[in-house]
Design a protein around this ligand. Structure first.
Ligand code: ATP
Ligand code: MG
Length: 352
């Protein structure tokens, strides 16, 4: 399962539990409000270890099974909360105005009782399943992490390939960045465009979409995808660029001066497009150095940098930056369902 999916799903459930006041609907079965409070506390406790659990789940089958159970409960909890909140707002909306006869019948006390009993049972069952999952959690040693998944997925390599049909939304973001890439009205020969956003938001995915766009491909002579997570070292980037553009290994070259000369020769007069994915340089001097080294391209050359760090984007000191926001609620949910159900189907297929 992609890391962070369950962490985000748990967050979604907590988000839905937040504003649920349920003052209007008379939930007759048991103490539903107390059950919901219970669920909220349990999901918060579980969410705190989920980033670590998801990491462990990639190589430990017991953890994987535990995560699968948790995913099923969270999806069911989401369904129940969705029903409940729809009902709650429908009731509030209707009782605020004159009710039609049908609405009056729907909210009649007998219908309400049946509804309350059904939903009360579902909520109680979810609370019980979550309690069991919390007990099982004791078998594992998960490390508690801060709520913001800041350090998720560090140090991995990324690549430019993406299956476009798997990407949900992002059409407007893509359009906006491509407009910047193809804009001929820029002061500098080479422009840097940072894409900033928190972990897992889809920065790499967006950069991949842009990289494979036909208009982009036709606009540049040289294209390169680089990934320099962790210690951003200008030399490593330059070597990657040279190896890709020039086809030669330059591991043995340590002199920045020689590397620069090679680079100037390669870039000279060429319009290039580089994606530098997952950049963490917060040292202004390194940026100045890299910019100097890359300025030799033809007018219109572009470098797109993806980063979680707003500080990186600020240090880069660029005229434009793209701050990536979350997907629109409908698209975001359709993505969650797509990812979570894909995993559910996969795990059901592998069951004996
Ligand atoms: N719009 C989308 N449609 C489909 N899948 C997406 C979308 N956005 C992100 N994903 C998926 O979510 C996961 C995280 O996305 P991605 O790697 O692009 O995030 P990121 O912002 O680059 O994260 P990081 O800061 O960790 O590098 C990936 O598995 C990706 O395929
Ligand atoms: Mg990324």
């Amino acid at each position: 399962m992609a890391e962070g999916v369950l962490f985000n799903l748990a967050g979604k459930v907590l988000e839905m539990l937040g504003p649920l006041t349920l003052q209007e609907i008379n939930l007759a079965y048991g103490d539903v409000k107390a059950e919901l409070e219970n669920i909220k506390t349990t999901v918060s406790i579980i969410q705190a270890v989920l980033l670590d659990a998801e990491k462990q789940g990639s190589h430990n089958n017991k953890v994987k099974d535990w995560l699968n159970k948790l995913r099923d409960v969270l999806l069911d909890a989401y369904d129940v909360l969705d029903d409940l909140s729809t009902e709650d707002s429908r009731y509030k909306m209707m009782t605020g105005n004159k009710m039609t006869k049908e609405v009056r019948i729907f909210f009649s006390s007998s219908n309400q009782l049946t509804y309350s009993l059904k939903i009360g049972h579902r909520i109680k069952a979810i609370r019980e399943r979550l309690d069991a999952i919390t007990i099982d959690k004791k078998d594992f040693r998960f490390i508690q992490s801060s709520i913001e998944p800041q350090v998720m997925n560090r140090g991995r390599e990324t690549y430019s390939f993406v299956l476009e049909e798997n990407v949900v939304g992002r059409e407007d973001d893509k359009k906006e960045i491509i407009k910047l890439l193809l804009d001929t009205n820029t002061v500098e020969n080479v422009s840097l465009i940072p894409i900033v956003g928190s972990g897992g938001l889809g920065k790499t995915t967006l950069a991949q979409l842009i990289y494979k766009d036909e208009n982009v491909k036709n606009n540049f002579e040289l294209m390169l995808w680089t990934c320099v997570s962790d210690n951003f070292v200008v030399k490593r980037i330059v070597k990657q660029i040279l190896e890709c553009f020039g086809g030669r290994r330059c591991e043995e070259i340590e002199s920045l001066d020689i590397l620069q000369k090679h680079l100037q020769r390669k870039l000279n007069g060429k319009k290039y497009f580089i994606v530098s994915d997952d950049v963490w340089i917060e040292d202004k001097n390194q940026w100045i150095l890299l910019k100097d080294l890359l300025m030799g391209g033809a007018r219109g050359s572009r470098i797109v940098v993806t980063t979680r760090s707003i500080k990186v984007a600020e240090i880069m000191d660029t005229p434009s930056r793209h701050e990536l926001k979350g997907l629109a609620p409908k698209k975001a949910w359709s993505l969650f369902v797509k990812m979570a159900f894909k995993e559910r189907v996969k795990s059901q297929k592998t069951k004996p």
